[in-house]
Design a protein around this ligand. Structure first.
Ligand SMILES: [Fe+2]
Length: 195
């Protein structure tokens, strides 16, 4: 079966912070993120007040899942904290050996990565800097600034996403604010992959 992908122009609107056209828009609210938080009791406290803030959203253009193509889009992480943990994405591993990059356009944040041996790497991102995620490294982005943290991402269309590994085991490190500074500390809820 052959599939024809037509050449096309896509606009990344840096004022409106959208991708046009896009094939998928997703908003992730606190209620969806809470199981990924290091301090879920703090998430529950916010939700108990009847609040369910949007933590991040993304617009993605997916031409197809056929190998050889590229998915790309824009992620906007809002500023804020759940307890002392900064707003962040769920994070995931790719199902296949597939890299990804994040090119920061606005704000500032961290790209947190971890491989399946449990080794951790972090890259600070600010406008104009690009974080490269090699194949095999799980990845999460965290807004450590006061404004929106916005970045452009791209990865192979057939990469696949594994969120369960992060949901069940967590990342070894978390990013928190303590004494008004950004700290990368051990995740109290982390379970090693070997367990
Ligand atoms: Fe990814």
């Amino acid at each position: 079966m052959s599939e024809t992908i037509e050449p096309r122009k896509i606009v990344i609107d840096l004022k409106k912070l959208i991708v046009e056209p896009y094939t998928r828009k997703k908003e992730v609210k606190l209620s969806e993120l809470k199981d990924y938080c290091a301090y879920p009791e703090d998430a529950e406290k916010i939700l108990a007040k009847g609040e369910d803030p949007v933590i991040y959203e993304y617009y993605e253009y997916t031409p197809t899942e056929k190998p050889g193509n590229i998915n790309f889009g824009l992620t906007i992480i809002y500023p804020g904290k759940i307890g002392k943990e900064y707003y962040m994405t769920k994070g995931h591993f790719h199902e296949k050996d597939a890299a990804e990059f994040y090119f920061c356009l606005k704000g500032k944040g961290l790209l947190l990565m971890q491989n399946k041996l449990g080794e951790v790497a972090t890259i600070e991102l600010e406008p104009g800097s690009l974080g490269y995620v090699p194949p095999g490294w799980g990845h999460r982005t965290i807004n450590t600034g006061r404004g929106k943290f916005v970045f452009f991402f791209a990865y192979p269309s057939d990469a696949g996403h594994d969120y369960m590994l992060v949901k069940e085991k967590g990342f070894a490190k978390i990013v928190i604010e303590e004494a008004k500074t950004v700290k990368i500390i051990d995740n109290p809820r982390y379970q090693k992959l070997s367990q």
